[in-house]
Design a binder for this molecule. Structure first.
Ligand code: SAJ
Length: 425
């Protein structure tokens, strides 16, 4: 085993599970702790619970000792906290999972252990929330417990970048904690591991990365709305801007911003700054713009239905896609859920299908949706939907298509006499 070190990962989701597999294949004795018994059972059966292709050949070589009795983690040398950091319905940060995980570790760890938080948190959480938990348990940070932060950078479904090769940043309260965390990540990841000058900088790095993405998406979403009024195709304009070989990074308009990261992380920074009487106006406005895209999409459908002399009430409307992202089955903060809610309020008759999310599908296939609907919204750019031939929409009698992900062939569909509207095109 790697210098005989034992690693315990708290939280075996899309971050913790790949990390556990990686640590095991790199020679660590790995223990996994999660409150979800179903997850533990599936891990014991060596299932690829996050459905990531790159893990297929790693899982058979990995051994994850799942822990049901938390006292069994007491001999571990390194603890990694990879639990959710969501927001509540008022978009207020929810750190309860981080607190609970920290308390579990503090209660069961032996002196001298290294505790690394990978969950995405705002600057100050390690100092104000995590550190006091260990001090309350009688430990002295930097002496008999070492705390570091290495923000996760998992991109679900990414065919190229994954836990084995994504560069990371690491920060700690003290030199020893930093050195141990750097040594650990360098032993499992073949990419740059950058030491930050403080744990606050490490916390700020991830939040900034994802806020950067959110404001840039909001920028093109706002352009999509104004260019719609000007009759300009914003997607073509962005493609034009991409020809500039420097100082431009494309983002794309859509029916909304979902997932566990982008629409959530900025709120952690907004709320932290608010404590210090600073108003992150720009981040707030970007969140408002992106949160408004599902309604904008429904309004586009309303205009298109008017063109074919239909209204919402009683009209059969198909929703293709519920997941927040192409080719994965993840519903977190998915704009499609908001679109469905808005259409139900308008008494439309909905037919929903997502090949990756059966629990939200009311139809058994995209064919069934097309057969039962007069109008459809494409809310997720799953490969299966992009491959539907334009003629099939016509043959099934579809009169209106709102392409929430700008992923269909607009010109071909329009040539077939179907009313097509994308987001900004
Ligand atoms: N989206 C847009 N326009 C864009 C890009 C995304 O509307 O130009 C929407 C997507 O449809 C989706 C949401 O934003 O609903 C989030 O998409 P995402 O591609 O950012 O996917 P995520 O949520 O899986 O984000 C992860 C993040 N990774 C981490 O936080 C570690 C993010 O930092 C990555 O930039 C992102 O993957 C990625 O690059 O794909």
């Amino acid at each position: 085993m790697k210098n005989n070190q034992k690693v315990c990962i708290i939280g075996l989701g899309y971050v913790g599970f790949p990390l556990a597999v990686l640590c095991s294949t790199k020679g660590y004795e790995v223990f996994g702790f999660d409150k979800d018994e179903e997850k533990l059972r599936r891990i014991e059966k060596r299932e690829n619970i996050v459905e990531e292709k790159y893990l297929e050949e790693m899982i058979p070589k990995a051994k994850i000792n799942v822990i049901r009795d938390e006292s069994k983690m007491n001999d571990c040398d390194i603890f990694i906290i990879a639990v959710p950091t969501p927001v509540d319905e008022k978009y207020y940060p929810d750190l309860s999972f981080v607190v609970s995980a920290s308390e579990t570790v503090a209660k069961n760890m032996k002196p001298g252990a290294l505790v690394i938080v990978e969950s995405t948190i705002n600057p100050g959480v390690c100092d104000e929330i995590v550190k006091p938990v260990f001090e309350k348990a009688g430990f002295t940070v930097g002496k008999d417990v070492f705390i570091a932060h290495c923000p996760e950078r998992i991109n679900p479904g990414d065919p190229k970048w994954n836990v084995t090769n994504i560069p990371r940043v690491v920060g700690s309260f003290d030199e020893k904690g930093l050195a141990r965390a750097l040594e650990f990540y360098k032993s499992i990841i073949s990419a740059e591991i950058m030491p930050m000058k403080s744990i606050f900088e490490a916390e700020a790095t991830k939040i900034m990365e994802n806020s950067f993405r959110d404001i840039n998406i909001a920028f093109v979403n706002e352009l999509a709305k104004s260019f719609d009024l000007m009759g300009i195709n914003v997607v073509n304009v962005i493609r034009g801007a991409v020809t500039k070989p420097f100082a431009f990074m494309p983002h794309w308009p859509s029916c909304g911003v979902g997932g566990h990261c982008i629409p959530v992380d900025p709120y952690y920074l907004i709320e932290k700054a608010k404590e210090l009487d600073f108003d992150h106006k720009f981040l707030r406005v970007a969140r408002e713009i992106n949160n408004g895209m599902p309604l904008y999409t429904v309004e586009l459908l309303q205009d298109a239905l008017n063109k074919v002399e239909r209204s919402f009430k009683g009209t059969n409307i198909g929703i293709l896609g519920v997941s927040y992202k192409a080719n994965v089955g993840d519903l977190r903060e998915s704009p499609a859920l908001k679109i469905i809610e808005l259409l139900e309020q308008r008494e439309a008759v909905l037919h929903v299908f997502d090949p990756h999310v059966s629990e939200k599908s009311t139809a058994a296939s995209s064919d069934e949706v097309l057969e039962k609907s007069e109008a459809i919204i494409v809310a997720t750019n799953h490969k299966e939907f992009i491959e539907i031939p334009a003629e099939k929409f016509r043959d099934k009698g579809i009169k209106v298509i709102i392409d929430g992900m700008n992923c269909l062939d607009k010109e071909r569909i329009q040539k077939l006499g179907i009313v097509y509207k994308g987001i900004g095109r």
